[in-house]
Ligand binder design. Structure first.
Ligand code: M6R
Length: 613
């Protein structure tokens, strides 16, 4: 949510800032801007909307003193509408300081009032602008550059990752962090800052992870990290576990479509890494609990947001079914305002693609503070959550560019399958033959997904028929109920069509009142325990004239009578069906959004990494 970059010592600072921002565009696209030294002043360029608009603005107008400090920002608006005035970088009244910020300053109104009473004029409606004025205020009181920042930070409540440059100190780039991600990239005669690794990977893999309440004072060939009292800290330089990221769509029209098609390989890779043989017990060495602790485990709580929350709900079903251990799943944003209950034999699992989602990060910190062992399932082993974890289970889906999560969700599901089997083996809660069958079936799944991906006509047809509908309902039961939620979320976020997922048995308790011929109802019908039940709930909907769509591996005449569209998928055991049933729902959402001409990879109002509460 908002991305910041900065550099010092780079001979093409403007080009670096623009390229860096391009790699961070998944974090927001309400506006973009940069600030650089130009002549004897700070020059700020900003444009509303996507980065492309800033590029157009800068075309032929990017003169700056290279090698000097520069900062850039990509915005996801929190305070103030997305316009040019509210775009970052912000600059202080006397043009001495320019800053970029990711986070929210909670006491900004109070600070703004104080500064306004002293004659400072505010140009924007943002919470950020106060920081620039505050720093300038301390400069004017005689503090040197870094001290001015330190004193200003002490007055702030809330979250920030900051990049700061000064007109009078062109050879230094400053950065600071509290509850928002920020790394310092250490290069050769040039250094960088960024909200996330992809922005600097082409330039360096050596980074320092800034912690809360730390300030970086960065020159082209040296740096100092200080605390808020001005003490110099010793920090480790770490190596990023990534290669430079390819942002290529590889011939696909959108990243989302490419990422949907990557799912078989993502699952194959996970199985190759973790499931070498089907007749040997799984060894999840990433889980840093003793055998005794695992045997005694009697409760698990899982916290996550959005799509990761849906993966967690499938995980709940699996762990409970395989081990009998009760699992509570909660949205992180709800968890953090409740009494955190942890017990001796329980653990907490945080699930997050980005590993930076503010609500989930706060939730796992709270659970850890209460003494819970925290296991993090994330696609980003270099993230803040990964560094907070007691156990880290990376999911290795590769960089996911599209805001709508697809391959990371499948990878999270795989993590839960492996974890559930691992626990079942330790607790001896399933017969060994069943576990072996399960492992064999897991290995078949990538091929079955490929069959769905090579047979998309029906999904396409369905999208043509329903792309103009305003409301969509998804129903399922049991392990596929979270799939209904996920299908509905995918459709909402990229097509802006109102879509809701219900447990099929709940329809008759209210939602059925909405049904008529204008509403499509999509039923996830996996053969197994609840198949007949979902079918009968589907018949109830058909009787109210709803347009009926099925996603199922069954083929029979009765289904043809109930459903207007049947999307066939290969058969798998009910416990694995979410891996397959999700795929057509991702594709349906994609094709509907495509017919509607929506901005699929960067849907309005969203950002991929939600780093504010
Ligand atoms: O990075 P995280 O998994 O923690 O993100 C959680 C949600 O913000 C995320 O899943 C969001 O719902 C996606 N846009 C869904 O496609």
């Amino acid at each position: 949510m908002c991305g910041i970059v900065g550099c010092i010592g780079h001979e093409k600072s403007v080009a670096f800032l623009l390229e860096g921002l391009e790699k961070l565009e998944y974090r927001g696209y309400d506006s973009a801007g940069i600030a650089v030294h130009g002549g004897d002043e700070l020059k700020v360029y900003k444009a509303r909307g996507k980065l492309e608009n800033l590029r157009n603005l800068l075309n032929g107008n990017s003169s700056s003193y290279s090698l000097k400090a520069g900062i850039g920002h990509i915005r996801w608006a929190t305070h103030g509408v997305p316009n040019e005035t509210n775009a970052h970088p912000h600059i202080s009244s006397e043009n001495k300081v320019s800053i970029v910020h990711n986070g929210i300053i909670e006491n900004y109104k109070e600070l703004k009032r104080e500064l306004s009473e002293r004659g400072v004029e505010f140009k924007s409606q943002t919470d950020t602008e106060v920081i620039a004025h505050l720093i300038e205020d301390f400069l004017n009181q005689g503090h040197e550059f870094c001290d001015a920042i330190r004193h200003a930070l002490k007055k702030l409540d809330g979250a920030y990752a900051l990049g700061v440059i000064f007109k009078e100190d062109p050879e230094t780039l400053y950065a600071a962090r509290k509850s928002a991600p920020l790394i310092v990239g250490v290069g050769k005669n040039r250094n960088f800052i960024a909200s996330d690794a992809p922005a600097i990977l082409e330039h360096t893999k050596r980074v320092i992870y800034l912690e809360d309440n730390e300030i970086a004072q960065i020159k082209s060939s040296s740096y100092k990290i200080l605390d808020l009292e001005g003490n110099i800290l010793k920090k480790k330089v770490e190596t990023l576990p990534w290669e430079p990221v390819s942002v290529s769509k590889m011939g696909y029209k959108h990243f989302m479509l490419k990422e949907i098609h990557e799912q078989p390989d993502v699952i194959r890779q996970t199985l190759f890494d973790k499931l070498r043989s089907t007749d040997q017990p799984l060894n999840l060495k990433e889980v840093k609990l003793t055998r005794q602790q695992l045997e005694n485990l009697d409760r698990i709580q899982v916290i996550a947001c959005g799509t990761s929350l849906h993966a967690a709900l499938v995980g709940k079903y699996l762990i409970e079914e395989f081990t009998g251990v009760p699992v509570d799943v909660e949205a992180s944003s709800e968890y953090i305002y409740k009494r955190a209950i942890v017990s001796k034999n329980s653990i907490t699992i945080g699930v997050s693609q980005s590993g930076e989602t503010a609500d989930t990060l706060t939730a796992i910190k709270q659970a850890k503070a209460k003494g819970s062992h925290v296991l993090v399932i994330t696609n980003r082993p270099d993230s803040t959550m990964a560094r907070e974890a007691d156990s880290l289970l990376p999911v290795n889906a590769g960089f996911e560019v599209s805001v709508a999560a697809t391959k990371s969700y499948s990878a999270q599901l795989m993590a839960f399958y492996l974890l559930a089997i691992f626990l079942a083996e330790i607790k001896n809660s399933l017969p060994a033959e069943r576990i072996e069958e399960y492992k064999k079936e897991l290995i078949q799944l990538p091929q079955k997904i490929e069959m769905i991906l090579s047979n998309k006509e029906k999904i396409h047809e369905c999208a043509i028929k329903f792309h103009n509908t305003r409301n969509f309902i998804y129903i399922a039961r049991g392990i596929n109920f979270p799939v209904a939620l996920e299908g509905a979320l995918k459709l909402k976020e990229i097509s802006y069509i109102n879509a809701t997922g219900y447990p099929a048995g709940e329809l008759k308790h209210g939602p059925i009142a909405m049904l008529d011929e204008t509403i499509p109802v999509l039923s996830v019908l996996a053969p197994g325990k609840v198949y007949e039940k979902v079918l009968s709930n589907s018949e109830e909907s058909k009787a109210r004239n709803a347009n009926m769509i099925a996603v199922t591996s069954e083929e029979n005449e009765h289904l043809e009578q109930v459903f207007d569209f049947i999307i066939n998928i290969p058969y798998t055991d009910e416990v694995f069906s979410p891996i397959l049933t999700t795929i057509p729902l991702q594709l349906l959402a994609y094709y509907i959004a495509e017919f509607l001409g929506k901005d699929i990879d960067q849907p309005r109002n969203l950002a991929k990494s939600v780093t504010v509460e």
